[in-house]
Design a binder for this molecule. Structure first.
Ligand SMILES: Cc1cc2nc3c(=O)[nH]c(=O)nc-3n(C[C@H](O)[C@H](O)[C@H](O)COP(=O)(O)OP(=O)(O)OC[C@H]3O[C@@H](n4cnc5c(N)ncnc54)[C@H](O)[C@@H]3O)c2cc1C
Length: 320
């Protein structure tokens, strides 16, 4: 069993920032376990090529408080920046290590990543995000339409189709704007107005709506979907129906509740109970990034890593 001072699970923005802050804070052996064969899998998988990466994504005006920070950039340049960070701080990232078990034994955690890899550490930081499990609607997605239903932003989108985007957050707005370049787009949101959008996305959406490139279906709630010819028929509450060539649900991600509970983490509703530094009720187990964010963003992930490492050094500096 390999021993580390801190084991970080997940090499997204939060996990990498935690490793950087740990190194800057002088912690000896810092190991990051990542299930993909590259860093930042959520960004690699879900951001479309050339996507604007905005530090004020959720319009929270967060100022950087730790070592890492960035200015508005593109997906590709952001990934290059993170790769440079990994090199500069000589981070020890073990790729293709999916952590499926964490057990607390006295003052140590045993962490299993696949059959053959066992690690041991007094401190474990989970930075696995929420986008491994996209939120899906409560109604059934019939199997006949599954190839026309997508969860998130398309890496390469359709052309000359009539599509529906569902959601009211920044990802829904960005997806609708992207698809509207080559398709007829409808955007369904259950509230009467948008209130979670950053100013850039809000302006773009208003502009596209004025130009008739995006049709806003505000105050609409979908009751169900069904196949109709080669299309998907959408039934709205109130009885109205419309048909689309494809639907893109942008409803965010879900907390991995059962994984957290398997380690003994207490939840409050659907969210983990944590202290101000991200420590859970399991002593020495910390959560960072999207796992603890009300509104997740890269800057939040960077900042939460700083706060967590400060907490670790304050409370456990003598054992690591
Ligand atoms: C389409 C889209 C657009 C966005 N645009 C922006 C934007 O412009 N600006 C912005 O600030 N934010 C944006 N966000 C939000 C931002 O991407 C997240 O807030 C951020 O990635 C959270 O970082 P994280 O490290 O907590 O989680 P993630 O980035 O999700 O990273 C988690 C990492 O953990 C790994 N992992 C998961 N499970 C395991 C396991 N069991 N074992 C080992 N590894 C595991 C994953 O492979 C992944 O690499 C966007 C999100 C989406 C989906």
């Amino acid at each position: 069993m390999e021993r580390a001072d801190i084991l970080i699970v997940g090499a997204g923005p939060a996990g990498i920032a935690t490793a950087v802050e740990a190194k800057v804070g002088g912690i000896g052996k810092v190991v990051v376990l990542e299930k993909a064969d590259h860093i930042c899998d959520t960004i690699v998988r879900l951001y479309h090529p050339g996507k604007r990466v905005d530090p004020n994504f959720q319009d929270l005006g967060l100022k950087p408080i730790g070592t890492l920070s960035f200015k508005t950039t593109t997906k590709e340049k952001f990934l290059q920046f993170i790769q440079k960070v990994v090199k500069k701080y000589d981070l020890d990232i073990r790729y293709k290590h999916t952590v499926d078990r964490v057990i607390k034994k006295n003052d140590f955690f045993e962490v299993r990543a696949g059959k053959d890899y066992l690690f041991k550490a007094p401190i474990v930081v989970l930075a696995i995000g929420i986008f491994g499990r996209p939120v899906k609607p409560k109604y059934k997605i019939p199997k006949e339409v599954r190839d026309k239903v997508f969860f998130g932003m398309p890496l390469s989108g359709p052309e000359n189709k009539t599509v529906l985007v569902v959601g009211g957050g920044n990802t829904a707005a960005e997806t609708a704007c992207l698809l509207s370049e080559k398709n007829k787009v409808f955007l369904s949101y259950r509230r009467p107005q948008f209130f979670r959008l950053n100013p850039v996305n809000m302006n773009k959406l208003e502009e596209k709506s004025r130009q008739g490139l995006i049709n806003l279906l505000l105050n609409t709630d979908i009751e169900g979907i069904e196949p109709e010819g080669g299309q998907v028929k959408v039934r709205f509450k109130g009885g109205e129906t419309m048909s689309f060539d494809a639907i893109y649900y942008c409803l965010g991600g879900a907390t991995p509740q059962s994984f957290l509970q398997s380690i003994g983490v207490e939840l409050e509703g659907k969210r983990p109970k944590i202290g101000p530094d991200g420590e859970t009720n399991v002593r020495g187990l910390f959560l960072v990034g999207d796992l603890v964010a009300e509104k997740g963003s890269i800057m939040f992930a960077f900042n939460s890593a700083k706060i967590t490492v400060e907490g670790i050094l304050r409370k456990y500096g003598n054992v690591i």
